[in-house]
Design a protein. Structure first.
Length: 289
């Protein structure tokens, strides 16, 4: 708690920078949100996905994603619609078919994702995040006190905004998988925060004569090994997925790695220090418990 002012100051600066980047630079929205073309094909022979991806990227149709479904020969090709692109979506399909003309291919389906559908998905993603935060607020409020609930939600909003800012600053692709990652980050972060808050509440009952900052320090030290080991083992698993999972899930894994790091930080240096500024009920809780 000796450096709580420094960590809260750093978090505030990062929070403001993230908001600034999201609102003025924007996010690199994927096909799910911007619209585009989806083609599902089945190759009757083995195909090298990396070589095929390189070949497709040379077509200059926009961002192209290739993903296997079911088995290695069933592939979904997603072509993101470029801004001011004069190539029609029907022409896009024909160009791709011509590119694959030298291979034995069965076209199973092709469809378009329009900008209207993309806008609806954006709204659905925002609503999902908002309702998850409200649900977490109610859970913490019922389990602890209002100041604990407020501190937990502030830390969660901090994690979500910094994740969005991370994707905006580095212009990484933001798609539905990333929205799922953001919700996963919220769950991971609140789990760690609840463990720490539970220890703080226990320490408040046990150490009634010492300073509140010291109560938090004792609680953090008591849960520090658990927090660090959980984060470390999670990061090891995510690192393996990032290395061997391929480009298809890379944005999802990057979001989770960043979320684990920032979520661990916020549980220690955002959610806990905030309680020292919301400690009006500290003496009341001592008398009540």
């Amino acid at each position: 708690m000796k450096i709580k002012k420094l960590t809260l100051f750093i978090s505030t600066i990062l929070f403001i920078l993230s908001l600034f980047s999201v609102f003025f630079k924007g996010l690199n929205l994927g096909i799910d949100f911007t619209g585009g073309t989806l083609i599902e094909v089945r190759f009757n022979e083995n195909v090298d996905l990396n070589n095929l991806r390189t070949k497709m990227n040379k077509l200059n149709l926009g961002e192209i994603q290739l993903q296997t479904i079911g088995n290695e020969n069933d592939i979904v090709i997603r072509v993101q619609e470029k801004k001011n692109n004069e190539i029609k979506q029907t022409d896009t399909i024909e160009i791709i078919k011509n590119t694959l003309a030298d291979k034995s291919v069965e076209y199973r389906r092709s469809e378009f994702v329009g900008p209207k559908v993309g806008g609806e998905l954006v709204n659905a993603g925002i609503i999902a995040v908002i309702f998850s935060l409200l649900g977490i607020l109610m859970y913490i409020w019922l389990r602890f006190q209002w100041n604990f609930a407020l501190g937990a939600v502030i830390a969660l909003i901090h994690d979500v905004i910094l994740t969005l800012g991370f994707f905006s600053i580095f212009y990484l692709e933001f798609n539905l998988a990333t929205v799922a990652a953001v919700l996963t980050i919220a769950g991971y972060s609140i789990n760690d925060t609840v463990v720490i808050y539970d220890r703080i509440r226990e320490s408040m009952r046990k150490y009634k004569q010492i300073d509140f900052d010291e109560v938090i320090n004792i609680s953090l030290n008591g849960t520090l090994s658990r927090t660090l080991m959980t984060s470390l083992t999670t990061l090891l698993a995510l690192a393996a997925l990032f290395i061997f999972g391929g480009i298809v899930i890379s944005s999802f894994i990057i979001a989770l790695i960043w979320g684990v790091l920032i979520g661990t930080y916020s549980s220690l240096y955002v959610a806990s220090p905030i309680l020292t500024y919301l400690k009006s009920d500290y003496k009341k809780s001592e008398d009540g418990n």
